[in-house]
Design a protein around this ligand. Structure first.
Ligand SMILES: NC(=O)c1ccc[n+]([C@@H]2O[C@H](COP(=O)([O-])OP(=O)(O)OC[C@H]3O[C@@H](n4cnc5c(N)ncnc54)[C@H](OP(=O)(O)O)[C@@H]3O)[C@@H](O)[C@H]2O)c1
Length: 300
């Protein structure tokens, strides 16, 4: 049996769908059972548990041979890093108490660094804490920058006529569609071939600059001159807090952006067949961005 944290989310839903399609026994975990309904209909067992509740997580992991772990984003928290530590403590305690043998863990490029990477420090610490569980076999999927981070750009383009953000316009970023992470995680869970503790980078289909992304979006929406504008912290922080982020989360994102811009936070591996995944930015834009302009997006 597999237990899946974040089963209703971007990556967890793909992991769950693929395991169920293979006829596997799956326990899906989330705060809101109604969001897990679609998996129950396909044979999954649902369990409500908060990721900060070690006892509830222990019950949810009991009987699972392998677990899919993540620290769910909590962008409105006034102290994101403290929350991350509380969650990673609970996840690790539950893995230990339930005696799970295998874990596939959603981590990030930059999780090799112990500091100055904003929210990614929480993923570094999660890896470190899991390294202390001797009996566990774990693979840390160090994913690149999610293409889903581009979705708020729809509003930015509609309001300001540009793509805007904190990253340098010429910075090559490994951008990945979350479904590719879900597919890789499901494959790792189905095979269970990893031993010890391993980090594996997932770098998307190719590296891209925001300038290139703006041009690709522009061509797809009939604005071929669409450009990218790098914004400084003074412009960005109010915009991020207006979107519902806490001031603390906005500061962490700006710290992470600085780490990316300076090259401190970057993939460790050269691009290879093993860390390259299939979904291109053109496909992501056609499927996820264009429908949001035409009002035809699922759930938009
Ligand atoms: N954005 C990036 O570029 C990037 C890059 C690399 C790594 N990451 C990492 O990726 C992770 C996010 O992955 P994702 O996009 O797949 O997540 P997601 O779509 O945001 O989903 C989060 C899931 O967690 C559940 N959840 C939220 N709070 C919970 C709680 N307190 N207790 C139990 N369940 C809870 C949610 O379900 P309910 O709401 O139903 O409870 C949801 O299913 C984060 O750790 C992030 O640091 C992000």
């Amino acid at each position: 049996m597999y237990a899946i944290i974040g089963a209703s989310g971007n990556t967890g839903s793909v992991v769950t769908g693929r395991l169920l399609a293979h006829g596997e026994e799956v326990r899906v975990i989330g705060r809101d059972p109604s969001r897990l309904e679609r998996f129950i209909e396909k044979g999954a067992e649902a369990m409500a548990a908060d990721v900060g509740d070690a006892a509830a997580l222990t019950r949810a992991f009991t009987g699972a041979k392998a677990v899919y772990l993540m620290i769910p984003p909590n962008p409105s928290s006034p102290n994101v890093r403290e929350d991350q530590e509380r969650v990673s403590d609970a996840l690790v305690a539950a893995v230990q108490n339930a005696g799970a043998e295998y874990a596939v863990v959603l981590s990030s490029v930059g999780a090799d660094k112990p500091d100055r990477t904003g929210p990614v420090v929480g993923l570094h610490n999660l890896e470190q804490k899991l390294n202390g569980v001797a009996a566990l076999q774990a693979v840390y999927l160090r994913a690149g920058y999610f293409m889903e981070n581009l979705l708020p750009q729809v509003g930015v383009i509609q309001n300001f006529g540009v793509v805007g953000g904190p990253l340098r316009s010429d910075l090559k970023v490994a951008m990945i569609a979350t479904r590719d992470i879900g597919v890789a995680a499901a494959e790792a869970l189905l095979k269970l071939e990893f031993t010890g503790k391993q980090a594996r980078e997932l770098l998307g289909q190719r590296h891209l600059t925001y300038q290139e992304v703006a041009s690709i979006i522009g061509h797809a929406i009939g604005k071929p001159d669409l450009g990218y504008m790098q914004l400084g912290p003074a412009q960005l922080k109010p915009a991020l807090t207006q979107m519902g982020m806490s001031s603390n989360m906005a500061d962490l994102l700006l710290e992470m952006s600085e780490a990316l811009n300076s090259g401190y936070m970057a993939p460790l591996e050269p691009r290879s067949a093993q860390n390259t995944t299939p979904t291109s930015i053109e496909t992501f834009v056609a499927e996820q961005i264009v429908p949001r302009f035409t009002g035809k997006a699922a759930g938009a």
